[in-house]
Design a protein around this ligand. Structure first.
Ligand SMILES: *[C@@H]1O[C@H](CO)[C@@H](O)[C@H](O)[C@H]1NC(C)=O
Ligand SMILES: *[C@@H]1O[C@H](CO)[C@@H](O)[C@H](O)[C@H]1NC(C)=O
Length: 432
């Protein structure tokens, strides 16, 4: 609780600071002559670029503001420039050269077709460059080689033309030291190369003139069906988020970027969570799986999610949790369970007792939907009645259950609290 309060306080302090900075900025910079907009409205089309400081680094947020160029009037001391979802088509030589301290530039979801070789010249401190979801077909390695600190480069969802002209870029991406650069970029043309990852294209293939047919490079053996996350959107700010909402996904993408903090998979068609779906994302804090069709969760599905704090499973097809499913989630704080067909039989006990034991986890929606006789009951009430019906167990366990009155159902939004259990007793160990 104390931690939550602290986080809230920090958050408000930051919002306050942010507003202060924006006000100052407006005070002495009216060139955009636009209405003051709250942080909430920042993403609306036509809203101004916001400049603010976060952790002592200056950001300029121009996302979705119909920009077509990089302006030389922008302040020189920017550290991060956010230009996602604009209308930039070409990056000319030296467009960024006055921003010598830049660490990240987000240019995703623009209309970029051409980047001149010296476009990023002077950016010695740049670590992150996002160019995904543009229309780039060809680039030369020269564009990137003068950025010694570059560690994150996103190039996917561009119509890469894997011909000889792309050779230097492909070779550059394949250097062992560049293993985080351009990971998911794929060829779109020519036909026989379509879908191949740039990092896996063989140089011999790309520069041979004849078209004797595809000679695909086999990657490491795929042990199970997989899809990649290139249809999803990656956002760096305010949290590193992989947004895969409404992408018609049937399974969890397998090549998720390791640095993401929030992963939104809501409104897809996922039926099952397989073993170790999320092992490569150690920083993941929020996982949204709401509005899918999940029926089954492998006991090891959440293995490795040591930082996970929020798990949203609203509106799925879950009837219970198999023993073990929640064991890795040491830091879970919120669990959304509403709108699932929870079946109140012995198999629901694990979920119930796990939640009871981990009393700091807030959850909602644990209500029996079947069988008919328990429909509408809170699961806690069902579990209690289970022991009441069984005189022998009752003698041993009923008092220990300590669920005399009411359920232990809590609303996570904090606005309401339905009923609270009087959890005053030693917990049962029937699970072991
Ligand atoms: C998960 O996604 C749904 C729908 O997109 C949204 O309503 C819900 O608030 C999200 N949950 C969390 C924890 O962010
Ligand atoms: C639940 O999810 C399904 C998709 O699986 C969606 O069609 C439906 O609208 C969702 N229901 C609610 C109440 O959001």
């Amino acid at each position: 609780m104390r931690v939550v309060t602290l986080i809230m306080l920090l958050f408000f302090c930051q919002v306050y600071e942010l507003k202060k900075i924006k006000r100052n900025h407006r005070g002495n910079n009216d060139k955009q002559n636009k209405k003051y907009s709250s942080t909430v409205k920042r993403y609306a089309p036509g809203s101004p670029c916001d400049i603010y400081t976060h952790h002592n680094e200056k950001y300029m947020d121009c996302q979705e503001t119909k920009q077509t160029t990089i302006s030389s009037e922008w302040p020189e001391d920017l550290i991060h420039i956010l230009l996602a979802r604009n209308r930039i088509r070409i990056l000319k030589n030296n467009v960024f050269s006055q921003f010598k301290n830049l660490k990240s530039v987000d240019l995703q979801q623009n209309d970029i077709t051409k980047i001149e070789t010296q476009a990023f010249s002077g950016l010695k401190k740049l670590t992150t460059l996002l160019l995904q979801h543009n229309r780039i077909r060809v680039l030369s390695e020269e564009v990137f080689i003068n950025m010694p600190r570059l560690t994150y480069l996103r190039l996917y969802d561009n119509p890469w033309d894997c011909n000889c002209e792309l050779e230097s870029l492909i070779m550059y991406l394949q250097l062992p030291k560049n293993r985080n650069l351009g990971n998911y970029a794929k060829c779109e043309t020519p036909d026989q190369m379509m879908g191949q990852k740039l990092r896996q294209v063989s140089q011999d293939v790309i520069c041979q003139e004849d078209t004797t047919g595809p000679s695909k490079i086999e990657g490491p053996k795929v042990i199970r069906p997989s899809v990649d996350s290139s249809r999803c959107h990656l956002y760096l700010h305010p949290t590193v988020t992989l947004d895969c909402r409404r992408k018609e996904l049937h399974i969890v993408p397998s090549d998720i970027a390791p640095d993401i903090v929030k992963f939104d998979l809501s409104h897809n068609k996922i039926k099952e969570l397989r073993s170790k779906e999320f092992t490569d994302v150690p920083n993941l804090e929020i996982l949204n799986l709401s509005n899918n069709r999940i029926e089954h969760i492998d006991p090891a599905a959440f293995a490795g999610l040591l930082s996970l704090q929020e798990l949203d499973l609203t509106n799925n097809s879950l009837v219970n949790f198999q023993y073990g499913v929640l064991e890795d989630l040491y830091f879970l704080k919120h669990l959304w369970l509403r709108d699932n067909p929870w079946r109140c039989d012995y198999n629901i006990h694990y979920l119930f007792y796990w939640l009871k034991h981990h009393y700091s986890v807030h959850y909602n929606g644990l209500e029996c939907k079947a069988p008919q006789e328990y429909k509408g009951w809170f699961v806690g009430r069902y579990v209690r009645s289970y022991y009441e019906e069984c005189p022998k167990d009752r003698l041993q366990d009923h008092t220990e259950l300590g669920m005399g009155e009411g359920e232990w159902e809590q609303h996570i939004d904090g606005s309401k609290q339905m009923e609270k259990a009087k959890a005053k007793t030693v917990l049962l160990t029937i699970l072991s």
